[in-house]
Ligand binder design. Structure first.
Ligand SMILES: Nc1nc2c(c(=O)[nH]1)N=C([C@H](O)[C@H](O)COP(=O)(O)OP(=O)(O)OP(=O)(O)O)CN2
Ligand SMILES: [Zn+2]
Length: 149
């Protein structure tokens, strides 16, 4: 027996990473003009706060949409172990290999892509709804997997 109530379940995690905002599509002058202090050669760091929201119905047998502990372990394996205490540009293959600019927008999309398929494969009645990523208290990005048509 499952309820039809649609529940949004949120897990908050934090991680510390270094990065440098630098685009291979821009000259050094343009990089400095656009990214200013964030383009400093040896980078800088952030204590990111991540809020992952999944949505689903309550399972009548467990009273849960999914066990938040399972979400915790999933985030540890696919996100935190990869990003925490790393240099995003140098240590994270997706950013290093593809020269992806490590803006909060691109890190949020990376996190979505890291866990969306895993959640869809492991949980029939749950889907990933939102990645909310705080680069600082004031700089926040929300991504819901939407693509403009
Ligand atoms: N669209 C984006 N703009 C900027 C990003 C980003 O990821 N997406 N990132 C940065 C830099 O990473 C920079 O480090 C932001 O830090 P900072 O300027 O210190 O953050 P605050 O704005 O919170 O600092 P205050 O000076 O206290 O306002 C820049 N832009
Ligand atoms: Zn930064």
């Amino acid at each position: 027996m499952s309820s039809k109530s649609k529940i949004y379940l949120i897990r908050r995690e934090s991680f510390s990473s270094a990065h440098r905002l630098h685009s291979n599509h821009l000259s050094d002058e343009e990089n400095l003009r656009i990214y200013s202090k964030c383009n400093n050669l040896y980078g800088h760091g952030h204590n990111y706060v991540l809020e992952v929201t999944v949505v689903g119905n309550i399972d009548g047998k467990t009273g849960m949409v999914m066990n938040i502990s399972d979400l915790k372990y999933l985030l540890a394996e696919y996100v935190l172990n990869i990003l925490d205490h790393k240099n995003i540009d140098l240590d994270v293959e997706y950013f290093r290999r593809n020269h992806v600019i490590s803006t909060t927008e691109n890190v949020a999309i990376f996190i979505w892509n890291q866990i969306n398929d895993v959640i869809n494969q492991q949980y029939k009645n749950v889907r990933l709804y939102e990645i909310k990523l705080y680069e600082t208290d004031k700089n926040i990005v929300v991504y819901r997997g939407e693509e403009d048509s």
